[in-house]
Design a binder for this molecule. Structure first.
Ligand code: ADP
Ligand code: MG
Length: 564
C-alpha cells in the first residue's frame, strides 16, 4: 500500500538470515520454542508493567499464547496478548540484533555451515529462527496502551516492509508462511509434541487451534476447538521430587536462551526469616557473553510468581554471573520497582543465601565427582577467580574450590592437595605465571624446582595476576612466584647425592662467582636492578627474575602490552 515503507536489515542480520535459511539445521523445530518464548517474555513484561499502570491490561489479565494452524493456506500463527510492539520497536527489535554482544557473535560466523550451526546452537537466533521454516513472516503487533497497530513483513532477504495494521487487541501475532520443505510443522501431532517437549513449563497456557476450511485468513479467529498443550505451571513451585531431568532441561533452555544442557541443577526453597525459592542452573558450556565488561547476572527475579526483572545485579555476585534460572521471593512487594531493587535488604539476604547454596553444592561436586568438577572448572574457573579477588567474605570457600594445573601432576589439583605433597623444609606454595601452560613450562626458572622434585602450580589466566597479590597465602603458606628473587630453594631437601657435593664445591665457587657477578653487573649497568648467583638453575646459565618487592614479570609484561 501507499503507506508501506521498505527498510534494509542491519548487515549482521542479513548475514545471520542467510545462514539460518541455508543451513540444514537438524533441529529446525526450535523455531517454535523461540517464538513461544518471546510471547511468554512479552506477557511477563506486560504483567510487570501493569502493576504500576493497571490501565495497560484493561482488565484482561488472562495471558495466553495461541497457536493456529491452517493447512489450507500453509500458515502457522503464534499470537499472544503480551506487551506488543510499536512501530519503532518492530523496526529495532526485528531489524537489528539488539542483544548485547551479538554483533561479536555474528562476526565469528564463518560461512562454513557446520561451524556456524554450532555457534548458532550456542547463541540461539531467537526470532530469526522463523526463517528456517518460513518463506515469509508477517508480524502484526499492537503495543499495550496504544491505539494503532503495525504490520512487519519480510521474506528474510535483505529487507522488510512496515505498514499500518488493523489489529484490534493488544499483543503480537506472528504468521509464518511455511516453506515447501516445512510441511511437517503444519501437522497437529507434530506441533503438540514440539510444544510438550520444549515449552511445557512456560507459565502461560499455550493453546492449539486448527483453522476451519472456510476461514478467511484472520489470525484472531477464535474457534471453539481450543486445546491447551502445556502444563503452564511454574516449574520451580513444584516439589523437587516431581520434576524430571527432561523437564529441567526444557526449562533451562527457556530461561537461558541456550541450547546446551545444565551441568548442575539447584531446585530449592528457603523458609526462614525470609522466604524464597527457585531454580538455578550451571550451564554445561560457557555462555557467549561471559566476558562482557558489564559482568551482569541473567537470573530472573520473580515476586510471588510474577516476573520482575532479569537485570537484577544485586541478586548474585558477579563472579557467579554464569548461573541461569529463576528466583522467586515471597517477601518483596509486588510493586517493587527496578530502582528499589538496588541495595534492598531482602535482596541482600537472598543473595547471601544463594551464594552459600551454590558454593556449598560446588564443593560437594568437587569432592565427590572430581572429573565432572574439572569440566565445570574449565568453563567457569576464571570467573570464580574474579571472586577470590573481589570478595573477602567468600574468599576462603573460593580458594577451596580453585583448581590448578601443576608441574608434577596430571589433571587439576587443589591448594590442599599441593600442601599435602610439599617437600620437607618447603614453606611456600610455588607458582609460575605465563600466557599458557606450555610457555610457562619451558621457563628456565623451573629447572631448580624440577631437580628437587618440587611441585609448581601454573597460573596462566590473566586474572591470576590480581587475586594472588590480594590473597598472599593459603593455610599459612605463602604463595610465591618462582620468578621472584626470594624464591630460595636452599632449605628444601633434595635427593641426597645432589646435596653432598654442594658444600665443598660451594666454598671454591663462591670467590669466582663474586667476581663474575661484579663483571656482569658492570656490563649490564642500569638495565637490571641486581645480579645474583642462584641455586635455582641446573641446565640454563642465567635467567631473569623479578625483584621481591617488584611487580611479577608476567604482570609487568601484561601492563606493558597495554601501554600503562
Ligand atoms: P531475545 O528474545 O533474546 O531478546 P529475539 O530475537 O527472540 O531475541 O527477539 C528480539 C526482540 O523482539 C525481543 O527482545 C522482544 O523485544 C521483541 N519481540 C519478539 N517477539 C515478541 C513478542 N511476541 N511480543 C513482544 N515483543 C517481541
Ligand atoms: Mg527470544
Amino acid at each position: 500500500s501507499a503507506s508501506t515503507e521498505t527498510m534494509g536489515f542491519q548487515a549482521e542480520v542479513g548475514r545471520l538470515l542467510d545462514i539460518v535459511a541455508h543451513s540444514l539445521y537438524s533441529e529446525r523445530e526450535i523455531f517454535l520454542r523461540e517464538l513461544i518464548s518471546n510471547s511468554a517474555d512479552a506477557c511477563d513484561r506486560l504483567r510487570y508493567s501493569a502493576i504500576a499502570s493497571p490501565d495497560l491490561t484493561n482488565g484482561d489479565v488472562d495471558f495466553a499464547i495461541d497457536i493456529t494452524v491452517d493447512a489450507a493456506s500453509r500458515t502457522l500463527t503464534i499470537a499472544d496478548n503480551g506487551s506488543g510492539m510499536g512501530r519503532d520497536e518492530l523496526i529495532g527489535n526485528l531489524g537489528t540484533i539488539a542483544r548485547s554482544g551479538s554483533s561479536a557473535f555474528v562476526s565469528e560466523l564463518s560461512g562454513d555451515s557446520k561451524k556456524d550451526v554450532n555457534l548458532i546452537g550456542q547463541f540461539g537466533v531467537g526470532f530469526y529462527s522463523a526463517f528456517m521454516v518460513a518463506e515469509k513472516v508477517v508480524v502484526n503487533s499492537r503495543k499495550a496502551g496504544e491505539e494503532e497497530s503495525w504490520r512487519w513483513i519480510s521474506s528474510g532477504q535483505g529487507s522488510f516492509d512496515i505498514e499500518p495494521g488493523e489489529r484490534e487487541t493488544r499483543g503480537t501475532a506472528i504468521t509464518l508462511h511455511m516453506r515447501e520443505d516445512a510441511g511437517e510443522f503444519l501437522e497437529e501431532d507434530r506441533l503438540r509434541h514440539i510444544v510438550k517437549t520444549y515449552s511445557n513449563h512456560i507459565p502461560f497456557p499455550i493453546r492449539l487451534t486448527v483453522a476451519g476450511e472456510q476461514k478467511e485468513g484472520d489470525d484472531e479467529a477464535k474457534l471453539p476447538e481450543q486445546e491447551q498443550l502445556n502444563d503452564a505451571s511454574a516449574l520451580w513451585t513444584k516439589p523437587k521430587s516431581q520434576v524430571t531431568e527432561e523437564q529441567h532441561k526444557e526449562f533451562y533452555h527457556h530461561v537461558s536462551h541456550a541450547f546446551d544442557d545444565p551441568w548442575l541443577t539447584l531446585h530449592f526453597k528457603a523458609e526462614g526469616m525470609i522466604e524464597y525459592g527457585g531454580l538455578l542452573y550451571v550451564p554445561g558450556s560457557r555462555p557467549f557473553d561471559l566476558f562482557h565488561p558489564e559482568r551482569v547476572s541473567k537470573l530472573k527475579l520473580y515476586v510471588k510468581r510474577v516476573f520482575i526483572s532479569d537485570e537484577c545485579d544485586d541478586l548474585i555476585p558477579s563472579y557467579l554471573r554464569f548461573l541461569r534460572g529463576v528466583v522467586d521471593s515471597e517477601d518483596l512487594p509486588l510493586n517493587v520497582s527496578r530502582e528499589m531493587l538496588q541495595n534492598n535488604p531482602v535482596l541482600t539476604k537472598i543473595r547471601a543465601g544463594l551464594t552459600k547454596r551454590v558454593l556449598s553444592e560446588l564443593g560437594t561436586k568437587a569432592e565427590k565427582e572430581p572429573e565432572e568438577y574439572a569440566k565445570f572448572w574449565e568453563n567457569f574457573g576464571i570467573v570464580l577467580k574474579e571472586g577470590i579477588y573481589e570478595t573477602t567474605a567468600d574468599r576462603d570457600q573460593l580458594l577451596k574450590l580453585a583448581r590448578f594445573e601443576s608441574t608434577t601432576q596430571d589433571g587439576l589439583v587443589s591448594l590442599a592437595d599441593y600442601i599435602a605433597r610439599m617437600k620437607e623444609g618447603q614453606e611456600h606454595i610455588y607458582y609460575i605465571t605465563g600466557d599458557s601452560k606450555e610457555a610457562a613450562a619451558r621457563s628456565p626458572q623451573l629447572e631448580g624446582f624440577a631437580a628437587k622434585g618440587i611441585e609448581v602450580l601454573f597460573m596462566t589466566d590473566p586474572v591470576d595476576e590480581f587475586w594472588i597479590p590480594a590473597v598472599h597465602e593459603y593455610e599459612g603458606k605463602q604463595l610465591k612466584s618462582v620468578t621472584r628473587g626470594g624464591a630460595d630453594l636452599g632449605n628444601i631437601k633434595a635427593a641426597p647425592d645432589a646435596e653432598d657435593k654442594k658444600d665443598e664445591a660451594k666454598k671454591e665457587e663462591s670467590a669466582d662467582l663474586e667476581k663474575l657477578v661484579a663483571a656482569v653487573k658492570e656490563a649490564l649497568g642500569n638495565a637490571v636492578a641486581d645480579v645474583r648467583s642462584s641455586d635455582r638453575l641446573t641446565t640454563s646459565a642465567v635467567c631473569l627474575v623479578a625483584d621481591d618487592n617488584g611487580m611479577d614479570m608476567h604482570l609487568e609484561r601484561l601492563l606493558q602490552q597495554h601501554k600503562q
